[in-house]
Design a protein around this ligand. Structure first.
Ligand code: PLP
Length: 395
């Protein structure tokens, strides 16, 4: 049977992880992989998660199935976290999924059942897994303009112009905050304008929210979604707890939908559940149970929010330091944009040769195009070495 297979290309980030592991150099630097690291280079288990795990261990009495929609406490809490406390809860439905990827896929599979003739639009550039996920659901996927590769800011004019040409045949994927890979953010005023044109043209908005709390705050990072929810009749959001709860391997995500009415929301939810039943059936319990415990216990919740705030502060401080160090060393303002970006990533817009030279000559592992994970750096000599390497390869 399997001799019929042609080799399939490996995901570039997974490939990079393997190369980094095999590199024998002691001073190698990993700014490729998208996980948060503290200043010791560790991806810590958050304190609130540890405390919730202790409680869960003591309290949980069964491992019986939870159900197709997963943990309903989790679903309710994520709904409030994403849409805010004053959202129209009657029209919102949530289904726990295996990670943010699971949420993305469940939502696009659900949409394919009723909108297979529509086209998906993702930002240029976007996270590498968007194309395969939406294509695997069956959709045609194309890109809308997003990053100005000169200024490393969002090309708002080009984006708005493109949106003005799209309509009822289109599903547009937005990064809710902390754009991956670019780090370039839309501002609240931009989201106001985007929501208006999306509603006016009948575009279907599809949000990917993988970094809530990594940008400016839990509330500010949700502005995009909450603004859109006030303007449109229906939309979807794929939310992930991998980063903001540090639950990467526990696979915790949520498919959220806003329907035109209570009735249409219920029916759409049922279609997600029927897709889930025929693939993984039920989502894993452990991580979502932890999130549910944390969000419903004031002490755990405060602890979580504080630690998330510290993680965010580390990323912002690294951004500021990096842009100052690069300014001093290069004697130019070429890298100032790093301080203005948000989230873990910045796209430095490097050539293949520059990325290769970073890796081969300096042991610095960045993703193609020069996507760096700012949280992969230690705030010590490593930051300086990274800056030297970057200046050397781009001179
Ligand atoms: C933009 C974006 N969306 C979704 C995800 C999905 O994350 P996960 O499936 O690990 O929850 C990621 C993770 O890297 C991401 O960067």
């Amino acid at each position: 049977m399997f001799e019929k297979f042609e080799p399939t290309p490996q995901d570039p980030i997974i490939k990079l992880m393997g190369m980094f592991r095999e590199d024998p150099r002691d001073d190698k630097i990993d700014v490729g992989v998208g996980v948060f690291r503290d200043n010791n280079g560790q991806t810590p288990i958050m304190q609130a998660v540890r405390m919730a795990e202790d409680r869960l261990h003591d309290q949980q009495t069964t491992k019986a199935y939870v159900g197709l929609a997963g943990d309903e406490v989790f679903n309710t809490e994520i709904t409030k976290l994403v849409f805010g406390h004053d959202a129209d809860m009657d029209r919102i439905r949530a289904v726990q999924t295996p990670g943010g990827c699971g949420a993305l896929r469940m939502l696009s599979d659900m949409l394919y059942r009723i909108a297979s003739d529509r086209k998906f639009w993702v930002s240029d550039p976007t996270w590498g897994n968007h194309y395969p996920i939406f294509r695997q659901s069956g959709f045609e996927v194309d890109a809308y303009p997003y990053l100005n590769r000169e200024s490393k800011t969002v090309n708002v004019d080009a984006l708005m112009e493109k949106l003005s040409t799209l309509g009822k045949q289109d599903i547009v994927v937005f990064h809710a905050c902390c754009h991956n890979p670019s780090g370039a953010e839309l501002q609240p005023g931009d989201w106001d304008d985007i929501a208006k044109v999306v509603a006016k043209n009948g575009i279907f908005p599809y949000f990917d929210m993988a970094y809530q709390g990594f940008g400016n705050s839990l509330e500010d990072d949700a502005y995009s979604i909450r603004t859109m929810a006030k303007e449109v009749e229906s939309m979807v959001v794929a939310s992930s707890c991998s980063k903001n709860f540090g639950l990467y391997r526990d696979r915790v995500g949520c498919s959220l939908l806003l329907g035109e009415s209570k009735e249409t929301a219920d029916i759409a939810r049922a279609h997600i559940l029927s897709n889930a039943r025929s693939s993984y059936s039920m989502p894993p319990d452990h991580g979502a149970a932890l999130v549910g415990l944390i969000m419903t216990d004031p002490e755990l919740k405060m602890n979580w929010e504080n630690e998330l705030g510290e993680m965010r502060a580390r990323m912002l401080s690294l951004r500021n330091k990096m842009s100052i160090v690069l300014k001093e060393k290069s004697n130019s303002d070429r890298w100032d944009f790093i301080a203005d970006h948000r989230g873990m990533f910045s796209l430095l817009v490097l050539t293949d040769e520059e990325v290769e030279s970073l890796r081969n000559d300096h042991g610095v592992y960045a993703v193609a195009g020069g996507r760096i994970n700012i949280a992969g750096l230690k705030d010590d000599d490593q930051l300086n070495r990274f800056a030297d390497a970057l200046i050397s390869v781009t001179r």
